[in-house]
Design a binder for this molecule. Sequence first.
Ligand code: ATP
Length: 532
Amino acid sequence: MEEGASFLFAGTSFNKKKYANEIDRFKGKKETENKVDYLSSFERANPDSEEAAVSTKKRKRKQAASEAVERFNVFKSSKKALVASEGNETDEEQDRLSKEKKKLNRKLEADSILRKKYNIHVSGNNVATPLKSFAELSSVYGCESYLLQNFAKLGFKEPTPIQRQAIPILLSGRECFACAPTGSGKTLAFVSPMLMKLKHASTEGVRAVILCPTRELAAQTTRECKKLAEGNKFYIKLLTKKLIRSADLSKLRCDILISTPLRLRSAIKKKKLDLSRVEYLVLDESDKLFELGLIKQIDAVVKACSNPSITRSLFSATLPDSVEELARTIMHDAVRVIIGRKNTASNSVNQKLVFAGTEEGKLLALRQSFQEKLNPPILIFLQSKERAKELYEELKFDDIRVGVIHSDLSEIQRENVVNDFRAGKTWVLIATDVIARGMDFKGVNCVINYDFPDSAAAYIHRIGRSGRAGRTGEAITFYTEDDVPFLRNIANVMSASGCEVPSWIMAMRKLRWKKHRPKRESILTIPDNAED
Ligand SMILES: Nc1ncnc2c1ncn2[C@@H]1O[C@H](COP(=O)(O)OP(=O)(O)OP(=O)(O)O)[C@@H](O)[C@H]1O
């Protein structure tokens, strides 16, 4: 993280008939002006402020002057009348100030009640009022009707807590770093204010950039962006290999560009992509983007986005202190928004730990649970592509429609695997952490951590593929003797989201958790030459 860090910040439509009920359930004065108003009225109302001190001095001078002229009869009557009227003005002014102060206090109180209701925690000065409804986007912020119509079309009735707070913050032009649970609608929270601020399509080059850690997530975010922008002809582009090869990027007509850091950096370096007009930069899954392998690329992108009035924002379901500290020191007057408690799992996922003993035990437990009850769609996570391929080899003979995704597949193959799972053609998807973050497969009923996750953050993101947008889900984590020392860390996450954890695990010592990826025995039970 250190290297180069100094510059930084200068649905699955699965079996629709069968799941019809669930699908139904799922469908389920401008701020800047306000800000200035609140600020100035607060200063006026505050007796310690400079402005208040000046008016007290003025009042005293006026009083002294009136006393002095009273001795001259010729001015006596008129001056007395003047003094009387000045006294009234002062009373009126004080009355007005006290009313303004009361109004401000009522507003702050109402904001804090609203935040408490939705479990929103903010730090920063003068933070914008949370939204009471989507309708306020139009009544308070002048949002065009197409966006609200799109929310309605997508079945979004009420803003989620992160949307209630992050949207007004970004609309007020403030930078923001936000941490909200998996599946809580962070994408809409950063895309909507971007669309509102950009207003209409333009020919002025790239105006907004969204960075995502994986191609799959970048493709999904592009699709979501397009859905939200429908009715307004924005140029929204996913930076693909094909686009880099075919287009003259110096003349790229694009309002919002979505990419992975590696691809964007290569477009900047090799194809002279100009990002100097970018007004909005979003780092989605920001803590992943700050990991060692990606930090250099992020640095290059941040450097290329050289517009001094750029608004940057960071979003994730996990925000380690190290990333937060870095963001806090370098971002400009940023507001911090946390929904619920930081770094906790979604509380709509029922989490279980299962002792499988050995590698053989895991496969037996999986097969047994599939025989008893198969409630697809199911996602199974493994620690490496080799192991993902092995489990795939085992399960494909079990009469289960199974797919596998890992980094050895081509872009097209990966896209097809994801599409098949979304369309319900495959019931079980075996994966590495490549799809652990951000992927929105709406109907996932169960996540199985076949291999113990290698960090608490990885656990939170993996199980967060289930229990999204208010639905419930299940997460099962297998563990073997090798994993026992790290159980307590997962148990903490589980108990923080209200799941039961055996007391012996809670009594264990907490370990500093470096990447836990033990060497595990092969999963294969089928001899290598079985198919020969
Ligand atoms: N206001 C809303 N009401 C109902 N559903 C919503 C609302 N906003 C977003 N959604 C839906 O919630 C789901 C999850 O949203 P999204 O993928 O943005 O979550 P996220 O918070 O980014 O999750 P993750 O941390 O896993 O990336 C999506 O299917 C999205 O369409």
